[in-house]
Design a binder for this molecule. Sequence first.
Ligand code: PRX
Length: 653
Amino acid sequence: MASQSAASIDNVMHESRVFPPPAEFSAAARVKSLDEYQALWDRAAADPLAFWADLAREELHWFEPFTETLQWNEPFAKWFVGGKTNAAYNCLDKHVAEGRGDRTAILWEGEPGDTRTLTYAELLSEVCKFANVLKSVGVGVGDVVSIYMPMTPELAVAMLACARIGAIHSVIFAGFSAEAIADRNNDAKAKVQLTADGAWRRGKALPLKETVDEALAKSHTVETCIALKRIGEPVAMQDGRDHWWHELMEAASDDCPATPLDSETTLFILYTSGSTGKPKGIRHTTAGYNLYAKKTFQWVFDHRDDDVYWCTADCGWITGHSYLVYGPLAAGAACVMYEGAPNFPAEDRFWDIVEKYKVTTFYTAPTAIRAFIKWGDEHVEKHDLSSLRLLGTVGEGINPAAWLWYHEKIGGGRCPIVDTWWQTETGGIMMSPLPGAIPTKPGSCTKPLPGIMPKIVDPMGDEVGENQGGWLTISHPWPGMLRGIWGDDQRYEEVYWSKTPGMYLAGDNARRDEDGYYWIMGRIDDVLNVSGHRLSTIEIESALVSHPKVAEAAAVGRPDELKGEAVAVFVSLAAGVEATDELRDELKQHVRHEIGALAQPDDIRFTAALPKTRSGKIMRRLLKDIAAGKETVGDTTTLEDYTVLAKLRSDDA
Ligand code: PRX
């Protein structure tokens, strides 16, 4: 367990306050009491297939009904077999057909302050046009479309246009490097690349098209690139390959009926880090994912027709997929979408947006909350936040101090907080308070959603006792679960199903307390959580050793007040290379170039040798302690010899 997690467990262990849902909130909520929640959960647990089948019939539009709810050939699941549906239809056409086309779908605000509003009917028309554009460049069912775009409405349009015609989107967060894009494009065999001339970030234009050009030089399967004009800077356009979004859209018709697709048609792949150097393309499919995103959105955010919902996540992450696009749109919600940084032009930008759009439901990450605390309450106090009725968090555990600040300062003490635990792999929220029903305890994601059956086990697969830490598993398939890793069934079986047969292994440690509340205790593998984003230590190490001056490298997480975990690396240099500050900067830039800014190490320490066990394994625990400052070693350019420390340690032992 990471030392950071140990510290947060210490914290949460001492946190015993319980916050019942406000009576007024419960009275109007979808699920109004703990008893009601328990009855719903029990009903789902007694017959999960009937439970999900009923919901699928009620919530989704079926071109053809399904004939079998679940085909479970562990670890491969097929949900709603024989049925035909379409995720874009469920998110758009269904509302228009039911007379809700004039309702607001997206309230968009660009970083420079430009705004756009799209109703469901307008969004549908844009999606149809872009689906026709995709068809015109040869995209059909099963083709992979790689998306590297700023947070503009067109990003959502692109995703839904793929869904409409059965193409598979692979959204790559616009902070990743050209190398990272090329790796993902080649793994996915992407046929088309969507991008923009640039993106606004803290007032500066990021050159997305330039990065894409570098990536496409190495992406051997991409035939066509379509670029949105966002910032208006001149960019290179390659004849025959590159097209402008607006030019293709001008010629496109908005008549494009949704293709009826088999339930198990791949909807998207989304790359995430695992414990090896190669990112995993997590594969989600049409019907099960769409149902799960919609239903969990309604339960957890207690969605009402008059809500204005804002999820601050980027569509480059699973949170943006499930809770900015597929969940809320399927539920017919009005969604705020913001393009830029939370501190541009000033640290009150988010609160300005909440006030302006009268946001009722606000979903963000603990790392952002810690930044708001640091920036000071005066930025919050400038704004009227009385429209808010519900707050949420995702991505990492929230420390009780941040939880209490969020509750008081943002929620005015009246808004329940939903701390939502889930993963790219789970497709949607797995554990979270239902805000009108479940009393919250700061730092706990509380209880599983209906239909979700977690079990905490030891490495033998046996369930552990109350308040004992163990591996978090899920013991029954659910519709939103990943269907595999793109092109690698073996890794899928190995990572998630081989250590705990019959159960999905989440990769997190957790404990369950005397009230049946779950507390997440950090990862069991070498995955770091930096600002709520997953990074593999091995990916960072591979990036470093690809530099000619590096002989060996070890990356570990160290606690960081803002990011949760920061990346600390220990590097031993090739023979004759001198350790200098310049080299340290060069290596940081190198990791940025190989992976992206989010993986740039915070600390680089040079060492003559890495501490290893007799069998040659790097002693990561020791390095974690050193990185966390438990050993007093200065962060200077001098070469340290940590093997000496390792020897002292083993002498002690
Ligand atoms: O370790 C858990 C942590 O984030 C991991 C999943 O990361 P990712 O797939 O990038 O998805 C993030 C957004 C869903 C988990 O294995 N995590 C996520 N939410 C929480 C959390 N840890 C504690 N509490 C949470 N609410």
